[in-house]
Design a protein around this ligand. Structure first.
Ligand code: ADP
Ligand code: MG
Length: 240
């Protein structure tokens, strides 16, 4: 589903990603972990070209998104993204947040977009909030709306950048639960997270990034019980 080859990204003189090669298969759930500043967000943002790679290639299915000829907007319709800070449209209702992109980008009919919107809200446990405004929701509810909004485009891949890091502790679980259901439903997912329990339980693979290098790429059981590198061992000692 996603293939990354020798991905480099620099900001001026700062080399943030130093040649990352990996791939994510259809239906695979990959947790991306590592110290702050190691390049996790930059890596994720390169996967839908929110950042332009300095060198290397990224394919989403058969599309080389690093090729300037690729219609990136078309590819992005297929790649949902959820951020730490929800970025909901504040002046739209929850349902309008969900229907906006299908209506304007995909040309879905209003009837169909709204029916799908209600369906998705049910899925994330917010059926009764359709006509509420985001300001009236808790952080956990906002993030569940953000996930539903991304799903409204029927993406084949979902990218999450620390989706629970801005939440009060009691709201983390409800969001992880939604993500877990999504993972079990067969969605292909790449998730930057500090939730080690979640990574261990839900991910098929863990990518450990440090200083822009993919230091380890292993199944969670292997990574958490027997990290190969000193860097990962030190990181895990601090986290667990
Ligand atoms: P992480 O998500 O692992 O915390 P980031 O990918 O956000 O790391 O950042 C990696 C490094 O790149 C940091 O040193 C950060 O300051 C730098 N960086 C990220 N985005 C930019 C940018 N737009 N311009 C300049 N430097 C950036
Ligand atoms: Mg980050």
């Amino acid at each position: 589903m996603i293939k990354v080859e020798n991905l480099h990204k620099s900001f001026g003189k700062l080399e943030v990603l130093k040649g990352i090669t990996t791939s994510i298969a259809e239906k695979e759930v990959v947790a991306i972990i590592g110290p702050s500043g190691s390049g996790k967000s930059t890596f994720l943002r390169c996967l839908n070209r929110l950042e332009d790679p300095t060198d290397g290639h990224v394919w989403i299915k058969d599309h080389d998104i690093t090729n300037p000829k690729t219609d990136i907007n078309k590819v992005r319709q297929n790649v949902g993204m959820v951020f730490q800070h929800f970025h909901l449209f504040p002046h739209k209702t929850v349902l309008e947040n969900l229907t906006y992109a299908p209506l304007t980008v995909k040309g879905t009919s209003r009837k169909e977009a709204e029916a799908q919107g209600h369906e998705l809200l049910k899925k994330v446990g917010l059926a009764e909030k359709a006509h509420e405004y985001p300001s009236r929701l808790s952080g956990g509810q906002k993030q569940r709306v953000a996930i539903a909004r991304a799903l409204a485009m029927n993406p084949e891949v979902m990218l999450f950048d620390e989706p629970t890091s801005a939440l009060d502790p009691e709201m983390v679980k409800e969001v992880l639960e939604v993500m877990k259901n999504l993972a079990f439903s067969g969605m292909t997912m790449a998730i930057v997270t500090h939730e080690m329990g979640f990574a261990r339980e839900v991910a098929d693979r863990v990518l450990f990034l440090d200083e822009g290098i993919l230091v380890e790429d292993a199944p969670p059981k292997e990574f958490f019980t027997n990290p190969k590198t000193k860097r990962a061992q030190i990181f895990l000692e601090k986290m667990l």
